[in-house]
Write a protein that binds this ligand. Structure first.
Ligand code: GDP
Ligand code: IMO
Ligand code: MG
Length: 425
């Protein structure tokens, strides 16, 4: 396998972790490069279900180096819980490394995320994990990085500066509890102890060695292209760069390192939180997809909004992330469907004109409606199919049409949550 980026090509929860886990078997290094514990990544392996929020999905294989990269934001309380759960399952954590350059989510970030959401006129529907406020502080240069936890003297000065601003914001804008220096230092001490066994101080030496020895690197994206802070449906997005470019800025491996970029799409689309979703189904068909696909958030348990596959979104993802192929997951969810629709274009209700390009201004979405074509279902259980040839004709036709519309090949087809329910094309 070549160095490969795996990213969500929709609004998250596409089944990235399942694909990452499968490819991780052939990789030496697996790196999470953006996002934080807003991510909920499910891997079903050896009859057990694992849910990851921060730790790369490659951790289930022994002998891999699994890095939580510089571009991520880490809430140490969630990290600790994840570590403890994996230890209970006897998962070897000796390969887990945490970048000293990653940013720490503090409890006040979570307080602020919750308060700004509940007070907002236009809610984003965040996961309330403090992601936006942490990235805000990072960009404003007033965040605590992992390496700061290990420098007592500078940390003390930084906390003075941070709290003088944060406490004002907490109290005066949101009427929230403030933080004392003493308790903040105590929290930092606790967080340092959680992270210390894994901190990746010799990462430069390791990266040099890995590149020289041509080790195989797998980049695990979180969220999805349409939730990207620059390229997604702003402001209904997350606060990092899930697009393929983020894999370089967030990992410290340059663009020339990456050879393959696999986008992951469901055979339909889901979205949690607010924001435009042209093909959303608010009727019984949407409910049927949610029921069969068990579409409830891994991190928050919220019901996911469901809708038909949108080729305009997929084509946009191929463009802004330079996808070299697509993995299509959850094809089995359509096993009982008489008909399946694909959105091939958008029609502007004002002019009647159709367009195959994604309107990036969310304010224009009230004027568009999806143009659909309808495909016959296959009415067969495909969850045991082991090869492309074993798929029913109508399923093949559906996939072929997706390829045509997206402009890239489908390299992986997933027909169930388990590792063995995967078809490499
Ligand atoms: P991620 O955030 O992209 O890693 O995806 P999530 O873990 O949040 O959600 C994907 C869900 O779909 C998980 O519960 C997976 O176990 C499940 N899943 C993944 N691939 C398939 C598939 O091909 N078929 C079915 N039925 N379930 C799948
Ligand atoms: P994985 O990696 C689906 C969504 C939230 C909200 C928006 C902003 O499992 O695919 P945030 O808490 O990030 O500030 O919320 O982004 N969101 C996700 N949706 N899957 C995710 O992660 C998500 N992470 C964030 O629902 O709409
Ligand atoms: Mg998820």
């Amino acid at each position: 396998m070549e160095n490969t980026v795996v990213i969500g090509a929709q609004w998250g929860d596409e089944g990235k972790a399942k694909i990452t886990d499968i490819l991780a078997e052939k990789a030496d290094i697996i790196i999470r490069y953006q996002g934080g514990c807003n991510a909920g990544h499910t891997v079903v392996a050896d009859g057990k279900t694992f849910k990851f929020h921060l730790i790369p999905s490659g951790i289930l294989y022994k002998g891999k180096t699994c890095i939580i990269g510089a571009g991520t934001v880490i809430y140490p309380e969630v990290l600790e819980e994840e570590i403890e759960n994996l230890k209970k399952e006897n998962i070897d954590l000796s390969g887990l490394k945490i970048s000293p350059l990653a940013t720490i989510t503090m409890p006040y970030h979570i307080d602020l995320d919750g308060a700004s959401e509940s007070g907002a006129k236009h809610k984003i529907g965040t996961t309330k994990k403090g992601i936006g406020p942490t990235y805000t502080d990072k960009i404003a240069r007033r965040a605590i990085k992992v390496q700061d936890l290990f420098n007592e003297e500078s940390l003390s000065g930084r906390i003075d500066e941070i709290l003088s601003l944060k406490n004002k914001e907490l109290k005066e804008i949101y009427g929230l509890k403030t933080y004392t220096k003493e308790e903040t230092l105590e929290l930092c001490d606790k967080y340092r102890k959680i992270i210390e066994p894994f901190v990746f101080n010799d990462w430069q030496e390791f990266y040099h060695g890995a590149l020289t020895a041509k080790k195989t690197i797998l980049f695990e994206g979180a969220q999805g292209i349409m939730l990207d802070i620059d390229w997604g449906t702003y402001p209904y997005v997350t606060s990092s760069n899930p697009v393929a470019g983020g894999s370089c800025t967030g990992s410290g491996f340059g663009p020339s390192t990456v050879k393959e970029i696999i986008g992951v799409s469901k055979a339909y689309i889901t979205r949690v939180g607010e924001g435009p979703f042209a093909t959303e189904l608010t009727d019984e068909t949407g409910e049927k997809i949610r029921d069969i696909g068990a579409e409830f958030g891994t991190t928050t348990g919220r019901p996911r909004r469901c809708g038909w596959f949108d080729a305009v979104v997929a084509k946009y993802g191929v463009l802004v992330s330079g996808l070299t192929s697509m993995a299509v997951t959850k094809l089995d969810v359509f096993d009982t469907f008489e008909e399946i629709k694909i959105c091939t274009a958008y029609k502007d209700k004002r002019t009647g004109k159709t367009c195959e390009y994604y309107p990036t201004d969310v304010n224009l979405h009230k004027y568009i409606e999806p143009v659909y074509e309808t495909h016959k279902g296959w009415k067969t259980d495909i969850s045991k199919a082991k090869s492309y040839d074993e798929l029913p004709e109508n399923a093949k036709k559906y996939l072929k049409r997706l390829e045509e519309l997206m402009g890239v090949k489908i390299s992986i087809i997933s027909v169930g949550p388990k590792r063995e329910q995967t078809i490499f094309v």
